[in-house]
Write a protein that binds this ligand. Structure first.
Ligand SMILES: C[S@@+](CC[C@H](N)C(=O)[O-])C[C@H]1O[C@@H](n2cnc3c(N)ncnc32)[C@H](O)[C@@H]1O
Length: 357
């Protein structure tokens, strides 16, 4: 065992088993060996691809969405256009190019990229240049005092989760410990402090205090400064049981314990918990919508036709890319979209969630 695995094993031997959340935090953000902190590999020749890598249409449509939100806000002379977790900068490059179609929007927009990964921030500088862009390590570090339009694709799935497993005597938290040979293994700890529903033995339940805190923080920020935030991610639209912790390395799923720090580690986003936290902070929230329906209502079908007419030789590729982004059995169904905002009707492509009860 080397690197982060050895250091985690030593920590567990010294202090006892750690929560899944602590394990995720170390695997993704350990300053020396964390996946994003030290060696993120995004893209076709890396560990995974995201929607902006599938097609330029994704970022372009989000650019038009942002410009439309700005128009709905009354075209303020100044706004903060924030992307959180911008990866290799592809989404923002496509977004900016398409948003030029809205006169005045980019002139009003102060662009902020919120990024915790130094290697990815360096990549974003290469792809986007530095002119007119500022970087911050957290949303709190982005100055207030102007409306916010925030976009985040595949950020929420990186936020640490905790898990518990149901037994005959109730829930036990799932922890990462070491087996007798000193290798990392899953094990059961004490009953979690949170009240959890009754479920058959063997069921796994997940929750994320980081996700809930972030939903509350974005909701509060929108209530203060106005504007809207859009989140796209793979996750659930109703409360569900199940173990969704997943490690991806070189486009293959592997055990989350196999290569700590060398694989991307994610979990399905609990969108109902996220929107509930934002709503509790005072924001309006949209229905949790499938990515396919959202992109279709923004006009991806038309955009694909225009691109295919300009490049007939690429028509087949464009059709496959569109299918991947919106197909119900592809990203279109697995990925969900929600918006949070302060005033007025729901942003384009979404409808406001009705609060029952
Ligand atoms: C899966 S990548 C998504 C990249 C990009 N949005 C895309 O669609 O290609 C996750 C991104 O979120 C960043 N990230 C992870 N945790 C973060 C956090 N707590 N705050 C801000 N960025 C974070 C990563 O460094 C990376 O840029």
């Amino acid at each position: 065992m080397t690197g982060l695995a050895a250091r985690l094993a030593a920590r567990i031997a010294r202090d006892g088993p750690i929560s899944i959340a602590d394990y995720m935090q170390a695997c993704l953000h350990d300053p020396d060996d964390g996946y994003y902190a030290a060696h993120p590999r995004l893209g076709a020749d890396g560990d995974f691809i995201t929607a902006p890598h599938v097609s330029q249409m994704f970022g372009e449509l989000l650019g038009l969405w942002a410009a439309d939100v700005w128009a709905g806000l009354g075209r303020p002379a100044r706004l903060r256009l924030v992307e959180m977790g911008p990866g290799d900068g592809t989404l923002m490059a496509d977004l900016r190019r398409a948003a030029r179609a809205a006169p005045g929007f980019l002139e009003a927009a102060e662009i902020w990229l919120v990024e915790t990964s130094a290697p990815l921030a360096a990549r974003q500088r290469q792809v986007l240049g530095e002119s007119g862009i500022s970087w911050a390590a957290s949303l709190e570090a982005v100055p207030g005092g102007a409306p916010l339009i925030l976009i985040a694709n595949e950020l929420l799935d990186c936020l640490p989760i905790r898990q518990a497993v149901a037994g005959l005597e109730g829930w036990r938290e799932r922890l990462v410990g070491c087996d007798p040979e000193g290798r990392l293994c899953f094990m059961h700890g004490a009953a979690p402090e949170r009240v959890l529903p009754v479920a058959p033995p063997g069921s796994v339940i997940e929750w994320s205090t980081a996700l809930e805190a972030f939903g509350g923080a974005v909701g509060a920020r929108l209530c203060r400064d106005g504007g809207a935030a859009l989140f796209l991610d793979y996750g659930r639209d109703t409360a569900e049981l199940g173990d969704t912790l997943q490690a991806l390395r070189a486009h293959r799923k592997e055990s989350p314990l196999a290569h700590p720090g060398a694989a991307d580690l994610t979990a399905h986003v609990d969108f109902p918990a996220f929107t509930a936290a934002a709503r509790a902070a005072g924001a309006r929230v949209s229905e949790i919508t499938r990515q396919g329906d959202f992109l279709w209502s923004l006009g991806i079908g038309l955009r694909a036709q225009v691109l295919a007419a300009a490049r007939p030789e690429a028509a087949e590729t464009l059709s496959a890319q569109t299918e991947r982004l919106i197909g119900p059995r592809a990203m279109g169904g697995l990925f969900k979209v929600v918006a949070l905002w302060r005033d007025g009707p729901a942003p384009p492509g979404l409808i406001e969630a009705v609060l029952h009860g």
